[in-house]
Design a protein around this ligand. Structure first.
Ligand code: SP5
Ligand code: ZN
Length: 354
C-alpha cells in the first residue's frame, strides 16, 4: 500500500471544548482532543509517515478570513477572563448570548460592540462552539498543520493528510460555528491557488454541509466546491445552507455543487452522489484537490444518520484518487471515538490507491 504523509501538531490538542450549549442546555462537548490522538494512533499502526507541522505566517489565513475575525479569536478568551465571567456568572468559556441577525439589523451597520459578551456573538453564529484557554492555539495550529500538508504536495508529494483539529469547514469569511474556528480546508485551497494551481477543487465528504467553505468561494470561478451531506432541508445542521439550488454566483455559477442526502442513505446512494461530484470536478479541470475528510457520515456516528460503512469510505477514497491530481486531505468531523481512526485509515487507503 502506498503511504500517505500525515501532518500533526501537539497544538491541536490544546482546545478543550468543555461543553456545547444546545437549545440552551449545557451538554458535553463532542469535538474532543482524543479524536486526534485516536486518528494518529490508527494511522501510525498502518505505517503512514507522520511529521510535525512547521509554523507558517498569517498570509494565506488573512486572505481567507476577515482580519477582525482572526483578531477576535486571538484575543477573546483573555478578554473574557479579564471581564470576570469565569467567576460571575460562572461561565469559563466564551459563549454568545446575543447574535445579531439580518432581521435585527434590517440594514443598519453591524457595529463593533464594546462589551466582550456582545463581541462573543458578533463573530460566532451558534452556541455550540465555545472558546477556552487553548482554543486559539489549537485552531492556529490546525492552520500550520494544513499549510505543512500543502507544502508537501506542492513539493511533489501525491497525497498529504492534515490531522487538523479543531475542524474548519463551517467557518465563513467572518463568522465561526459548528465546532469550527478557522477554515482549514479553505486555507488549503487558497494556498494551492497561490502555489500556481489555476483551478482547485474542494470535495467535502463530512456528513454536514461545509457552509463556510461554500461561501468563501461562492463568487470564485477558480475554486470548485462540492459537498455530499445530510439534507439540511430535512432538519439537519447547518440548516440554512447546503441545498441543491446553491450553484455559485456571477461568473462562478456552476462551480458549486451540493448533493443533499436523505437520512439512512447508506453506501450506495452516498457513493453515487460522490461520483456525480467527482465527475463535475473532472469537467471543471482541477489540477489539485482538497478533501474535507469528515467521517461523521459513518454508521456509528452520533451526529449524523447517513450510515456509511468502512468500505464506503475506502471506495470514496478510490473514486477521488482516480482523478489523479495532487491531493490534500483535511480532517473535519467524526465523533465516534472507537471507529474514527479506522475510518480515516480506510479513506486514506482508497485515496492512496492510484
Ligand atoms: C465539523 C462538524 O462536523 N461539525 C458539526 C457540527 C454540527 N453540530 C450540530 C449539533 C446538533 C445538536 N446535536 C446534539 C448534541 C448535543 N451535545
Ligand atoms: Zn460534520
Amino acid at each position: 500500500m502506498t503511504r500517505a504523509l500525515v501532518v500533526r501538531s501537539d497544538a491541536c490538542l490544546l482546545h478543550v471544548p468543555g461543553a456545547e450549549i444546545w437549545v440552551g442546555v449545557r451538554t458535553p462537548g463532542t469535538e474532543v482532543a482524543e479524536r486526534a490522538t485516536r486518528i494518529e494512533t490508527a494511522l501510525r499502526d498502518v505505517g503512514h509517515r507522520v511529521v510535525d507541522a512547521d509554523t507558517h505566517d498569517d498570509d494565506v489565513l488573512l486572505r481567507v478570513h476577515d482580519p477582525r475575525l482572526v483578531e477576535h479569536l486571538r484575543t477573546v478568551y483573555a478578554r473574557w477572563v479579564a471581564a470576570g465571567f469565569p467567576d460571575d456568572p460562572g461561565q469559563d468559556r466564551v459563549v454568545p448570548y446575543l447574535i445579531p441577525s439580518a432581521g435585527m439589523l434590517d440594514g443598519l451597520p453591524e457595529r463593533e460592540p464594546t462589551a466582550v459578551h456582545a463581541a462573543a456573538g458578533r463573530w460566532c453564529y451558534d452556541t455550540m462552539t465555545l472558546v477556552g484557554p487553548g482554543t486559539w492555539e489549537a485552531a492556529r495550529g490546525a492552520i500550520d498543520v494544513t499549510l505543512t500538508a500543502v507544502d508537501a504536495v506542492v513539493a511533489g508529494e501525491p497525497l498529504a493528510y492534515a490531522l487538523a483539529r479543531p475542524p474548519g469547514h463551517h467557518v465563513t469569511r467572518a463568522a465561526y460555528g459548528g465546532s469550527c474556528y478557522l477554515n482549514n480546508a479553505a486555507v488549503a485551497a487558497q494556498a494551492l491557488r497561490d502555489a500556481g494551481h489555476d483551478r482547485v477543487a474542494v470535495v467535502d465528504i463530512d456528513a454536514h454541509h461545509g457552509n463556510g467553505t461554500q461561501v468563501v468561494f461562492y463568487d470564485r470561478a477558480d475554486v470548485f466546491y462540492g459537498s455530499l451531506h445530510v439534507d439540511p432541508g430535512a432538519g439537519w445542521f447547518p440548516h440554512y445552507a447546503g441545498f441543491a439550488d446553491e450553484t455559485g454566483r456571477g461568473d462562478a455559477v456552476g462551480t458549486n455543487r451540493n448533493e443533499p442526502l436523505a437520512e439512512g442513505t447508506g453506501d450506495d446512494g452516498w457513493l453515487v452522489a460522490l461520483d456525480r461530484i467527482a465527475s463535475a470536478v473532472e469537467s471543471f479541470g482541477a489540477s489539485a484537490l482538497v478533501v474535507s475528510l469528515g467521517v461523521d457520515a459513518a454508521l456509528d456516528d452520533p451526529e449524523s444518520p447517513l450510515r456509511v460503512s468502512h468500505d464506503g469510505y475506502e471506495a470514496a477514497g478510490r473514486r477521488l484518487s482516480a482523478m489523479r491530481v495532487p491531493t490534500v486531505a483535511v480532517q473535519e468531523g467524526g465523533y465516534h471515538l472507537d471507529t474514527l481512526g479506522s475510518l480515516v485509515a480506510a479513506t486514506l487507503r482508497g485515496l492512496a490507491s492510484s
